[in-house]
Write a protein that binds this ligand. Structure first.
Ligand code: C2O
Ligand code: CU
Length: 536
């Protein structure tokens, strides 16, 4: 894969964007479960870059995971690096994206993992498969968007359009011609492989007059259910069956923000693509738009997500840890703090935004944590990330004390013993404002055994956990002013990033790192680094 700059025209103007192989969105990768992919990435751009294979566990091989300064130093202009990506249990739609700052705005694509030769989908074989990549377009140079948000605490610039397969669609200026069109045959079933590669918004997505059946999420099959719309967070991918069972005509598919964002707001426009039946009378009027829930309709989001269940079949068993060795409780907050002379600000009211987990705002180191851990380099990170909030408060209350607004800054990790079972409570807070935070864990999938609104109640809530068929995910939307409880077994040694997939939260510090120790039994240790690992 070659990362290079290419010129693209959208919204009536032309600019250079960072691409892979000149494509936007980038090429779709296709492989089978069990394959090992050897992917050589050449950096022909003027910016540093790393690539991440989002949803791939990278068993024992964090060297191929990709997040900048977490598991590798960036690939510098003119250099290359070979990622060895082994597919183990993941099957369905995952994706890949650049994992250094804002580069993923245009450097991303779908990654389809088919069943092994001789095995089948747990649903009838579709007539055709269609990647649907949701993205964003800025008139500005994408690399200027963050405006150094991580350093100066301002807000990144809002995008000018959402996109479906790289196209803003029918309702944006100069965009009608290019609108993505999916041609279907009446009576056939299509598998939509949807990726939310948007930087900063959860979105609702629907197709006029058509129901969809959700069969997979994050590269893991799910118990099928029918739905009129989906809510998909940044970072998530979903497999949806679409039956072409309506009158031969044209219909819009559309996506729009589900946002509880505050302050300068968000882009409330709608991106569209067209679903057209073969044999449609070409003089037909403008297609109709699907009903999408209003941007602030949290119930619509939870009505959808509460239907997520694991498949639980002989071929797709579940292994939810029942006995827990390590309990962790993380608060998720957006902070706003005073600027100082050595901390120049561009945020509102002479203050800067920041974001934190357990009140620690993550500071990106200047050599990667994985190398520091592997070679025992001191002074890069500390292993004292708090496993409980530093102070208790009414997390989701309305008038929270001012002093909660100031986080601590640091590069801190939680060390987990090999093969221990972990329960992690992700508690949203209303410290500055609440939001639906899509929390993504690298190197693992986890079972979402429970979630709810308000503050997690350690006595009552665990009694209602679903330990029978909880959904297995790699990115969980922690509901606005609510919590989610996830469980996983720490059986993948290495250094693994966990962060909010809303990019502005991540650049403000809503990140942390797990270090999972090696086991003692054969084949339970991390693999050695590859020879071409980039240097810092
Ligand atoms: Cu989609 Cu840290 O990644
Ligand atoms: Cu967030």
């Amino acid at each position: 894969m070659e990362v290079r700059s290419s010129s693209y025209t959208r919204l009536c103007s032309t600019k250079e964007i960072l691409t892979v192989n000149g494509q936007y969105p980038g090429p779709t990768l296709r492989a089978q479960q069990g394959d090992e992919l050897i992917i050589r990435v050449y950096n022909k751009a003027n910016y540093n870059v790393t690539l991440h294979w989002h949803g791939v566990r990278q068993v024992r091989n964090p060297w191929a995971d990709g997040p900048e300064y977490i598991t590798q130093c960036p690939i510098q202009p003119g250099k290359d690096y070979t990622y060895r990506v082994s597919l183990t249990t993941e099957e369905g739609t995952v994706w890949w994206h650049a994992h250094n700052g804002w580069t993923r705005a245009t450097v991303h694509g779908a990654f389809i993992v088919y069943p092994k030769q001789g095995s089948n989908y747990p649903f009838p074989k579709p007539h055709e498969e269609v990647p649907i990549v949701l993205g964003e377009w800025w008139k500005e140079n994408a690399m200027e968007i963050p405006g150094n948000a991580n350093k100066t605490g301002g807000e990144p610039i809002l995008s000018d359009a959402y996109t479906i397969n790289g196209q803003p669609g029918y309702f944006y200026s100069c965009s009608r011609e290019g609108t993505f069109k999916l041609m279907v045959n009446h009576g056939k079933t299509y598998l939509l492989r949807i990726v939310n590669a948007i930087m900063d918004e959860n979105v609702f997505f629907a197709i006029a007059k058509h129901k969809m059946t959700l069969v997979g999420k994050d590269g893991i099959y799910m118990k099928p259910f029918k739905t009129d719309f989906i809510m998909i967070t940044p970072g998530q991918s979903m497999d949806l069956l679409l039956e072409a069972d309506q009158n031969p005509s044209q219909y819009f598919m559309a996506a729009r923000a589900y946002s509880s964002a505050f302050g300068s707001g968000f882009d409330n426009t709608t991106t569209t693509a067209i679903l057209e039946y073969h044999g449609t009378n070409q003089t037909s009027p403008t297609p109709i738009l699907p009903q999408l829930p209003p941007y602030n309709k949290t119930e619509a989001s939870t009505d959808f997500t509460k239907q997520f269940k694991s498949l639980v079949t002989k071929n797709h068993p579940i292994q939810v840890p029942r006995k827990i060795d390590t309990r962790l409780f993380f608060t998720i907050s957006v902070n706003l703090l005073n600027c100082s002379t050595n901390n120049p600000c561009t945020g509102p009211f002479g203050k800067r935004f920041s974001a934190s987990l357990n009140n620690v705002s993550f500071v990106t180191p200047s050599i990667d944590i994985l190398q520091a851990y592997y070679y025992g380099v001191k002074g890069v990170f500390e292993n004292d990330f708090p496993i409980n909030p530093p102070h208790e408060f009414n997390y989701t209350g309305d008038d929270l004390p001012e002093n909660l607004l100031t986080p601590e800054f640091g590069t801190k990790v939680v060390v987990l013993e090999y093969n221990t079972s972990v329960e992690l409570i992700l508690q949203g807070t209303n410290v500055l404002a609440s939001d639906n935070h899509p929390i993504h864990l690298h190197g693992y999938s986890f079972y979402v055994v429970g979630w709810g609104f308000g503050n997690f109640d350690s006595k009552k809530d665990p009694m209602n956990y679903n330990l029978v068929d909880p959904p297995e995910e790699t990115t969980v939307g922690v509901p606005k002013n609510g919590w989610a409880a996830v469980r996983f077994r720490a059986d993948n040694p290495g250094v693994w990033f966990m962060h909010c997939h809303i990019e502005r939260h991540s650049v403000w510090g809503m990140n942390m790192v797990f270090v999972v120790k090696d086991g003692v039994a054969p084949n339970t240790h991390m693999l050695p680094p590859p020879h071409d690992l980039p240097k810092c």
